[in-house]
Structure formats: structure tokens, C-alpha cells
Design a protein around this ligand. Structure first.
Ligand code: ASP
Length: 455
């Protein structure tokens, strides 16, 4: 059995929905389908999820929201018209939005989640109804009915283990099942969404729950590129990548697959394939537990993410001070700041975090560190980019770091920081934001177009 998830651009209009259903109906193993909300139909379009956020903002600001609501209903009306369906769903959409607004206005975080869920929820109902009308027995299953039970933190749901058992009974249905992505129901009875892009997470949870043989994740590209195609011209598509590699690359900017979606799959080793709705016969990229390593795929991918901030801390004899680092991290904890890397020397430590973590409170954090931690020097650097070279092959092959540093030196790039994780599947370089694109191009060239990394 396969679970197939279709992203926003795959279900953005009638034509795309027809493609999706051709794919779904052409394979009897594709039993459970998870869908996103209608995404962008063209570059300047707005995703339905973003329209729902705008509706929420109007309501919370106490402004007239009718025009925003109509815009959302119109997205579905356009699809319904083109698919020549009856428009009874439109009044349900209107009533549901109004009910949420009326009942949850005083609980903004709950209202936001409830409105956000509408994007995928109505799309799933629409798609199920249409497929049925085409003579294919199809059933809409809500996350509540499916048993997707989540924690109660708005916009940040985590799956509860009890869900997996409940989901297993979805195997009993004979019809094709359409499940909306992106949200679950908490034990307290609220609709709670996963972080943005969270339909991938729903797909993964369902795949694990029903013990699928394969989780197919359909999007608008034919797999995962080895580097950002807006930086490197025609990069190779990765044919196989491991869960661990994918996690590192998604963390560092590869947006094709949500990093939180890997967790449910990892344990039962359910393979994922990233495929293209517009070119379903392309092989795509497989994400698995293990992969074959050969001379041309030692490094799986290269990514570079901007917008990092570094706190550089110096303390003479730091290596002999017991608890020094704990105190600094304690300050970050007090502010709820999470950091990503912490390269250190005997008398210095750098803490690297996404800039949004510390924005608007940088001065307070620095003052607290100065007051509580007795540091000799403390300074902040913005504009740091993180280049990640990711590959399971690196720990066995001599010379990868040499190749990369050579490529960076050739491009005249100053390395501010270097860090190789204990797992040895990635090497991280801290570089200036201005060098980010150059770094990706040069390292890509050396890893894939040269003779440099051959064994
Ligand atoms: N519709 C949601 C978003 O735009 C979730 C998803 O598409 O995965 O973030």
C-alpha cells in the first residue's frame, strides 16, 4: 500500500486536480491520498493558506472581513466551476468560516488554527466529491475521524503516539481515501496545525500509521536537486538520499520536503519518493535508511542558508571554568532562544542561531550574558551564512574536506568558521552572506564536475 501526498501547486486548480486523480486512479496501491490547500496557480498568485491568514488578521483587527472571505470562497468556486461540479460545498465553506469566526474570535491562536485548517479541509472534500462523481469510490476522511491526535500547542502540533494505532484501521476501507493535510485534533478538542508546510508531516504520519510500503510525495519538481537550481544551472537530481542526509539538507534550506516529516518514517524505515505531478513518469528522489555510495555520490547535496547571527564570547582560561557554558546557555534558555551550532576553542565559544531567534531582544540578551557570565569579551556578528556539505560517503573517503576548502579558496572565500558534526555526514562552514552564492557554485563544481572527489 502507498500513501500519496500532493502539495499545494498540485491541487491549485481544476487542471492540476485532474492530473492528481489520474495519478491516483492509475494505481490501485495508491489507497490513501493526503492533500494540501490550493497553492499558487502562477508566480504572483497567493496561496489559500496565506489568504486565510489575511482573513484572520482582518477579523482580529476588528475590520470588515467579508471581501477576504469572498476571495477564499472564490478560489474553490473557480475549481468547482471548471470541474463542472454542483456548488453545494461553497455554502458549507461560508458557514464554516463564519462559525469559526463567531465562536473563536476571543481566542486568537485557536481561531488562526481553525481558519488555517480550512484550506486543506475543503480541498480534500472537494477532491473526494469530484473523484466519486467520476465513478471511483472515494471517501473524505477528516483528521478527527482518522484519529490524528496531536498536542495542544497552536501552530506547532506534535503527533501523539496513540494516533498510529488508530490510523491503522484506515486499511479496512475499500474506497480511495482523501485526508486533508496540515492539522490534527488535540485531546482538548481543538483543531491544531503543524508548522507551515505541514501537509508533508500528515502524509508521513499516515504512512507510518497504515504501515505503508512507500510514501509518495508529489510536488512540482522531479526530485531533489543537489544544489539550489536558482544558483547552480541545471543541477543533478539526487536519485537516492538517506533520512539523515535529508534532515541536514532540509534544515539548511532545501525546502522540498519538511524536515519534521522524516521523524515518523525513520523508525519503521518507510521509504519516501519525491515525485513530480506534472511528470509522473520521472523516477524522482528516494529517501531511505541506507543508500549505495559510489565515487560520484559521496556528497549528496550542498546547501547554503543565510540569516544567521553569531555570539562570539571570549574568556581567558575558559576551559578550566566549570559551568561557564551552562550559564551562557541558561540565558538563552531564559529567553526561549534555540541555537544551531556551537564551535568552541579553549578560551572562546561561538553560538550560532537563526537571526529571527534573537531579533528585537539582542541588547537584553547581551546585557544578561555580561551580567551573569563574567565574560572577557562579547560581540555579535550578523550576516553569517551557513554552507552545509552533506554526504554519508564522507566519513569513509579521505579528502572531502580538502576538496571543499580548496574549492572555497579558489573562489577567494574567507572561512569564518568550520564544524564537522560527530556523525561525520556533514561539514558546516560559516561564511559571509555576500559569498553564499559563490560558495555553492564553486563547491558544486568541485564535487560534481571535477575529478577531485573520485575514489
Ligand atoms: N497549506 C499549508 C502551507 O501552505 C501546509 C502545506 O501545504 O503543506 O503551509
Amino acid at each position: 500500500m502507498k500513501v500519496a501526498k500532493f502539495g499545494g501547486s498540485s491541487v491549485s486548480n481544476a487542471e492540476q486536480i485532474k492530473k492528481v486523480l489520474n495519478i491516483v486512479n492509475s494505481d490501485s496501491d495508491r489507497k490513501i491520498i493526503v492533500v494540501s490547500a490550493p497553492g499558487k496557480r502562477h508566480a504572483d498568485d497567493v496561496k489559500t493558506t496565506d489568504l486565510l491568514i489575511r482573513l484572520y488578521e482582518k477579523v482580529i483587527a476588528g475590520l470588515d472581513y467579508q471581501a477576504k472571505k469572498e476571495e477564499i470562497i472564490q478560489r474553490y468556486a473557480d475549481i468547482i466551476l471548471e470541474l463542472e461540479m454542483t456548488d453545494s460545498l461553497l455554502s458549507t465553506i461560508d458557514e464554516t468560516l463564519e462559525t469559526y469566526i463567531a465562536t473563536l474570535k476571543e481566542k486568537p491562536a485557536r481561531l488562526l488554527d481553525a481558519l488555517l485548517s480550512c484550506g486543506e479541509n475543503f480541498n480534500a472534500q472537494l477532491i473526494a466529491e469530484y473523484n466519486n462523481s467520476q465513478g471511483i469510490p472515494t471517501r473524505y476522511v477528516s483528521p478527527g475521524e482518522a484519529g490524528i491526535t496531536v498536542t495542544d500547542l497552536p501552530q506547532n502540533a506534535q503527533i501523539l503516539d496513540q494516533s498510529y494505532e488508530a490510523l491503522y484501521s484506515l486499511r479496512e476501507y475499500d474506497e480511495k481515501l482523501i485526508v486533508p493535510g496540515f492539522f490534527g485534533i488535540s485531546r482538548q478538542g481543538y483543531v491544531v496545525t503543524f508548522p507551515r508546510g505541514g501537509s508533508d508531516i500528515t502524509g508521513a504520519i499516515v504512512a507510518r500509521g497504515v504501515r505503508a510500503d512507500l510514501y509518495e510525495n508529489f510536488t512540482d519538481v522531479s526530485g531533489i536537486f543537489r544544489a539550489n537550481p536558482t544558483i547552480v544551472k541545471n543541477p543533478e537530481v539526487i536519485d537516492e538520499i538517506t533520512y539523515r542526509e535529508m534532515r541536514e539538507l532540509s534544515y539548511a534550506g532545501f525546502g522540498v520536503f519538511h524536515d519534521e516529516a522524516l521523524q515518523p518514517l525513520h523508525k519503521d524505515r518507510i521509504p519516501v519518493v519525491i515525485k513530480n505531478t506534472n511528470r509522473p513518469d520521472d523516477t524522482g528522489t528516494y529517501i531511505r535508511h541506507d543508500r549505495e555510495i559510489n565515487s560520484s555520490n559521496i556528497v549528496s547535496g550542498i546547501s547554503c542558508d543565510k540569516d544567521f547571527t553569531v555570539l562570539n564570547i571570549k574568556k581567558y582560561l575558559m576551559n578550566r571554568q566549570i559551568g561557564f557554558t551552562r550559564k551562557i546557555l541558561g540565558v538563552l534558555e531564559d529567553y526561549g532562544i534555540s541555537f544551531d551550532h556551537m564551535p568552541s576553542g579553549i578560551d572562546s565559544i561561538s553560538i550560532i542561531m537563526r537571526s529571527k531567534e534573537i531579533q528585537n531582544r539582542e541588547e537584553q540578551v547581551l546585557n544578561d550574558i555580561r551580567e551573569k557570565c563574567d565574560v572577557d569579551e562579547l560581540n555579535v556578528e550578523h550576516n553569517l551564512a551557513i554552507l552545509m556539505i552533506v554526504g554519508e560517503g564522507m566519513h569513509r573517503i579521505v579528502g572531502t574536506a580538502n576538496t571543499i576548502t580548496h574549492a572555497l579558496a579558489e573562489a577567494n572565500i574567507n572561512l569564518k568558521m568550520m564544524n564537522q558534526g560527530a556523525s561525520e555526514i556533514s561539514i558546516m562552514f560559516g561564511i559571509d552572506v555576500a559569498d553564499a552564492e559563490k560558495a555553492v557554485k564553486s563547491t558544486y563544481e568541485y564535487c560534481y564536475n571535477g575529478e577531485y572527489l573520485k575514489v
